[in-house]
Design a protein around this ligand. Structure first.
Ligand SMILES: [Cu+2]
Length: 344
């Protein structure tokens, strides 16, 4: 009798352990689940917008085929006021256009290499399951276009970048951007969404030197940048580029780090991130002051704007902010909130 009881107990414990294990695998293995998601048979062209803006949220829509068109463009632009640099870009901006899709979407990515370019380029999207993240399939000479398809299996915020040798140089010249794969049902609605990407730049001249600056391979290898900036330019998020929000609004930043070398200690002075999607994945941390974003990594941060004023966005490795350019601002307008903050 007692023996039977022991056997039954052990057996049921084994069964429950086993079924528990199966449940865990089933619920945590998003990639396996999403392979079964059928698209609704329709196709849409992704409407791309320039940073710091992002395409409209996906919301509840069914999975579909999404056509994304990127063009690599080598062009001279401003790295700082009066300082020019020959940027290599996706769609003419640093970072490149923000791509937005959902799990289960089939993405047909067209990569065109502008005919006036000098170098071949390609794209490695960290959201891809496949060789080189698409790099092998998209290696393309100036004047040509490459196309490849992938199914978005994992939700999250991912970096994309050029992966043509010398890879470090292509990335250092500005060839990176973000792709968001929303989960089933979309992300929670917020009032404002912005796209910020940090990058380090290596010029022959010193920080602030005027005129066209050449890339410095020795400084890049030594990991000694002259510039560390948000959105490809010292002051891209200042003045006319300053981000905007109203008191009471919830603000979401999609933050990436193109690197190529430096890890970002991303911080907004005078705000606390109510939520951080750590490393751009599913896990949410709350009440965070500074979040670490490695090169080739990303994070989603959210905060509620409660008190009006100007809030400074920095890499809290603080010499980078005040001496190398990693400084932006978000302006919060609206009524004072003396119960939360009052200057006497
Ligand atoms: Cu490239």
């Amino acid at each position: 009798m007692r023996k039977t009881l022991i056997i039954t107990t052990v057996l049921s414990a084994f069964i429950s352990l086993n079924s528990c294990k199966q449940n865990t695998i089933a619920s945590s293995d998003n990639a396996a689940d999403t392979e079964k998601i059928k698209t609704d048979g329709t196709t849409e062209e992704q409407k791309l917008v320039a940073p710091p803006n992002v395409p409209a949220p996906i919301g509840q829509r069914a999975a579909k085929k999404v056509i994304v068109r990127l063009e690599t463009i080598e062009k001279v632009g401003e790295l700082a006021d009066g300082t020019q640099y020959n940027f290599w870009t996706f769609n003419g901006t640093v970072p490149g256009s923000f791509i937005r899709a959902r799990v289960g979407d089939e993405i047909e990515l067209h990569l065109k290499n502008n005919e006036n370019n000098t170098f071949p380029h390609n794209i490695d999207l960290h959201a891809v399951n496949g060789p080189g993240g698409g790099a092998e399939a998209t290696f393309v000479a100036p004047g040509k276009e490459a196309v490849f398809n992938f199914k978005a299996l994992n939700p999250g915020l991912y970096v994309y970048h050029c992966a043509t040798a010398p890879v470090g140089m292509h990335i250092a010249n500005g060839m990176y951007g973000l792709i968001l794969i929303e989960p089933e049902g979309g992300l929670p609605k917020v009032d404002k969404e912005y796209y910020i990407m940090q990058g380090d730049f290596y010029t022959k001249g010193k920080f602030g030197d005027k005129g066209l600056q050449e890339f410095d391979m020795d400084k890049a290898i030594a990991e000694h940048p002259e510039y560390v900036v948000f959105n490809g330019k010292t002051g891209a998020l200042l003045g006319d580029g300053e981000l905007q929000a109203k008191v009471g609004e919830t603000v979401r930043f999609y933050v990436g780090n193109g690197g190529p070398n430096l890890t970002s200690s991303f911080h907004v002075i005078g705000e606390i991130f109510d939520k951080v999607y750590i490393e751009g994945g599913n896990k949410i941390n709350e009440h965070v002051q500074t979040t670490v974003i490695p090169p080739g990594g990303a994070a989603i941060v959210e905060f509620k704007a409660t008190v009006p004023g100007e809030y400074v966005i920095v890499d809290h490795a603080i010499f980078r902010a005040f001496n190398k350019g990693a400084l932006g601002k978000i302006k919060v307008t609206g009524p004072d909130n003396p119960t939360v903050y009052k200057k006497n």
